[in-house]
Design a protein around this ligand. Structure first.
Ligand SMILES: *[C@@H]1O[C@H](CO)[C@@H](O)[C@H](O)[C@H]1NC(C)=O
Ligand SMILES: *[C@@H]1O[C@H](CO)[C@@H](O)[C@H](O)[C@H]1NC(C)=O
Length: 416
């Protein structure tokens, strides 16, 4: 592109930004609801549609773990903790297990952090096994279905495969004892051994108060075209390159580091949240796992998420119209990202922004304390309610066993 053409396109884009900036505005008449099922499902109220029994476990499975490491309350896997707290005072909770539709086991398997704050799920299988042993011997409900009416929150990178490296996670597979349970997990990728049918994909935890505190006035124009902050290479864990983000992040950097439309960098500025509110497009490429908190941040800050993660299964995909609010770019098309994004018509951008401005879209991405109608807790309950009534075939005849308690790596069978 010659210099003059380049200047001209920047000017045209600035014109677009000004209008785009005005279009944003929470709660204003310019927000737009998706008509039909998606918008309605998002505002469903789960109360009265299901009853959940919360097992009472010794605090070493939950409270004590957080006391030992309060960092677990703010990391992106914190949904396992807040879902527990939410359920304890939720109107869907029942104290009578005989009338429960779903059973919940509050076990914080992801709260085991390295000094740098990275969660390592190496003890998770033993801890989970120990908790299931306990509920199955102390109450009759596990044996009745071997877990088919039980749900577990497993927010780690690859869910109940319990490893942060994809190859190892695939090799491990889903913990055998959870084969019949419903898994509530952040990991979502179609045709992947770590996502079984019937799982509920949730957003990662992003701190609602902190995000709220960084909101800027909605009429500030979106003067950044494409925004991204984060790693392009993970030299520590992937010295040769190519594994991390399957090369997609490296490709973003190599192709667009000098492109003036791309505000991208590996530095994490203190104005990160504000910058997203000043951007039209926010890149959400895969990292080690396909998902990242950028999805949540994009929706909350009205920055159109550009999802680069082939076959990703997005959070609450039955309620959130991801195709309409986001832009999907195949990993192999990253070198054309500039052309793809600049060729999206202004009307399409404006419509996506109006949809993103819908407060119920944002609410569904967040785990606020206390919970609020339509938030991510409610979307999880809606997902569980939609799976009811349970098929009669889940109830096993007495003495009939399906799960194999000695399957899986030998290390997982050691006591926790
Ligand atoms: C459930 O079955 C296991 C054997 O698989 C048994 O050890 C346990 O006691 C049973 N639980 C109850 C509550 O009967
Ligand atoms: C359970 O798994 C172990 C280990 O893979 C295997 O040796 C055993 O035969 C299995 N038991 C049954 C009943 O399938």
């Amino acid at each position: 592109m010659g210099f003059r053409v380049w200047v001209l396109s920047i000017l045209i884009l600035h014109g677009v930004f000004a209008r785009i900036g005005v279009a944003e505005g929470e709660g204003s008449h310019r927000t737009e609801r998706i008509s039909g099922s998606a918008g309605d499902v998002l505002e469903d109220d789960p109360v009265g549609r299901l009853k959940v029994f919360v097992y009472e476990l010794p605090s070493k499975y939950n409270k004590k773990i957080v006391q030992k490491d309060p960092r677990c309350l703010t990391h992106m896997f914190a949904a396992e903790i807040f879902m527990h707290r939410f359920l304890l005072s939720s109107p869907v909770r029942t104290l009578n297990p005989e009338e429960a539709d779903w059973f919940y086991t509050p076990v914080y398997t992801t709260c085991d952090l390295t000094p740098n704050g990275l969660p390592l799920p190496f003890k998770s299988p033993r801890m989970m096994r120990s908790a299931i042993k306990l509920i199955s011997t102390s109450w009759p409900y596990w044996n009745r279905t071997e877990g088919a009416d039980h749900f577990f929150v497993v927010p780690h990178d690859f869910g109940a495969c319990f490893h942060y490296q994809e190859e190892k996670a695939i090799e491990r597979g889903i913990l055998p004892l959870l084969k019949r349970a419903t898994l509530v997990q952040t990991f979502g990728q179609s045709n992947h051994v770590c996502l079984k049918e019937g799982s509920i994909t949730i957003p990662p935890y992003a701190p609602p108060q902190k995000m709220q505190a960084h909101l800027i006035p909605p009429d500030i124009p979106r003067s950044i075209f494409v925004y991204f902050r984060g790693l392009f290479y993970d030299v520590g864990n992937d010295p040769e390159g190519g594994y991390y983000a399957r090369g997609a992040r490296a490709s973003i950097w190599e192709n667009f580091k000098n492109n003036p439309l791309f505000d991208i960098s590996a530095d994490h500025p203190t104005t990160y949240y504000e910058d997203m509110q000043r951007a039209v497009f926010c890149l959400c490429p895969l990292g080690w796992a396909p998902w990242s908190p950028r999805l949540v941040e994009g929706v909350v800050f009205g920055c159109i998420p550009v999802i680069i993660a082939d076959d990703i299964v997005l959070p609450f995909a039955d309620a959130i119209p991801w195709e309409e609010i986001g832009v999907f770019v195949a990993e192999k098309d990253v070198p054309n990202l500039d052309k793809i994004l600049t060729s999206i018509p202004t009307e399409v951008i404006l419509r996506k922004q109006r949809l993103l401005a819908n407060p119920s879209m944002k609410q569904a991405m967040l785990f606020p304390q206390p919970g609020q109608p339509g938030d991510a807790f409610h979307q999880i309950l809606n997902g569980l309610a939609r799976k009811l009534p349970h098929d009669k075939s889940i109830y096993l005849s007495p003495g009939n066993k399906v799960l194999n308690w000695t399957a899986g790596p030998v290390g997982d069978l050691k006591p926790w």
